[in-house]
Design a binder for this molecule. Structure first.
Ligand code: GTP
Ligand code: MG
Length: 341
């Protein structure tokens, strides 16, 4: 090995060590898990009293294995009606929560998925509740199951989510990507490594199947049998994060390609008919939802935010490739420049 390569290797080992210690810091503590469980059972009792006959389910990062400490809690209210009036229920929940002295209660009735948002005063926990969003409960299980196969997925996704929050590219209201989209990007990326680190669970014999409306959700969920799946691939977290940013900065074909966790590969924008703008959906970066296949998680990205997003991927790729101390620079909080403020 050349001296230059040896130095590069040593740097990568250091980088991985730093990243792993950040990963350890981000994992929610047992204390935090207890606090969340208490919060949820209190919420369950409130709803049993005020909305009898309904049930609450957790979804999102508090159950999908990708929750860092201080993540908010996503809850789904399940009601036994084919087509409930979601807006009415959201308003009703807001009234109930307000009279239970919750803070900052907001009913977002016109969002794509209507929700009520609030904060619990005792714990400071923020929570969103939506209605009959069974698909979100099912896709949270899919993400959780992928996370059991190889720990490098959880490690990589923690780093990517942390980076996206620090660099302000994790906000669908401002045209950047959701945490859910970033986790799908990480799963897809690990399906593509050679040898692969993750399999494609939806291409395997289904052991789990549910129908949500007209959508059939089926995949192999006996993931304990897949624990060695990625063992032939020895890439470290530092190498994977470097390659992830390089992929999204320099290699992804933004004009033609759609990433698809469902097929474990790529689809073309043509075959998905995602080639032109329809209403607010622009398809400038395409990430297929694994179950709701007509849903592009990149649809929120517009012509301004795609520039910001790609500039951040390039910045990250440069930092990890050339910076003397990449770990510190990579996660530096984004500061808007004078002329964009
Ligand atoms: P953090 O809250 O940032 O820790 O991440 P999260 O995993 O909770 O993700 P996020 O808040 O983005 O989304 C919550 C859940 O909503 C996801 O886990 C999905 O199950 C579900 N979901 C389904 N479709 C969408 C979508 O189009 N956008 C978002 N944001 N979430 C979706
Ligand atoms: Mg969440």
């Amino acid at each position: 090995m050349h001296r230059r390569d040896l130095l590069y290797r040593l740097d990568l080992q250091n980088f991985t060590r730093e990243l792993l210690s950040l990963y350890d810091e981000l994992i929610p503590t047992e204390e935090e898990e207890v606090r969340r469980r208490k919060f949820f059972s209190k919420l369950e009792s409130l709803f049993e009293r005020e909305l009898p006959g309904t049930r609450l389910f957790l979804f999102g990062s508090c159950v999908n294995a990708f929750g860092v400490c201080n993540s908010d809690i996503d809850v789904c209210l399940s009601v036994d009606e084919e087509e409930p009036n979601k807006i009415e229920l959201v308003v009703q929940m807001a009234t109930i929560l307000e009279s239970d002295a919750m803070l900052n209660v907001q009913a977002l009735t016109h969002a794509r998925v209507p929700i009520v948002k609030f904060t619990e005063p005792a714990t400071g926990i923020s929570c969103d509740i939506c209605v009959n969003n069974t698909l979100a409960v099912v896709n949270s299980k899919l993400l959780h199951d992928y996370a059991q196969i190889d720990v490098r997925l959880r490690q990589l996704a923690f780093m990517v989510k942390h980076w996206a929050k620090r660099r302000q590219v994790n906000d669908t209201y401002r045209g950047t990507l959701s945490s859910y989209a970033y986790v799908l990007m990480c799963i897809h990326f690990l399906q593509q490594r050679r040898p692969p680190i993750l399999p494609c669970l939806q291409e395997m014999r289904p052991t789990y199947e549910v129908k949500v409306g007209s959508i059939r959700c089926a995949y192999y969920d006996q993931v304990e049998t897949l624990r060695d799946f990625g063992a032939d691939n020895k890439e470290t977290l530092g190498e994977l994060l470097t390659a992830f940013f390089d992929y999204w900065a320099c290699q992804h074909d933004y004009n033609h390609s759609v990433i698809s966790v469902r097929t474990g590969g790529y689809l073309s924008k043509n075959e998905k008919e995602w080639t032109r703008r329809i209403g607010n959906e622009r398809h400038l970066i395409c990430i297929e939802d694994p179950f709701e296949v007509t849903h592009d998680l990149g649809r929120v990205v517009d012509k301004h935010s795609i520039k910001a997003l790609r500039a951040e991927f390039s910045r990250a790729a440069n930092v990890v490739a050339f910076d003397f101390n990449p770990w510190a620079t990579l996660f530096e909080p984004y500061i808007p420049s004078e002329n964009t403020r």
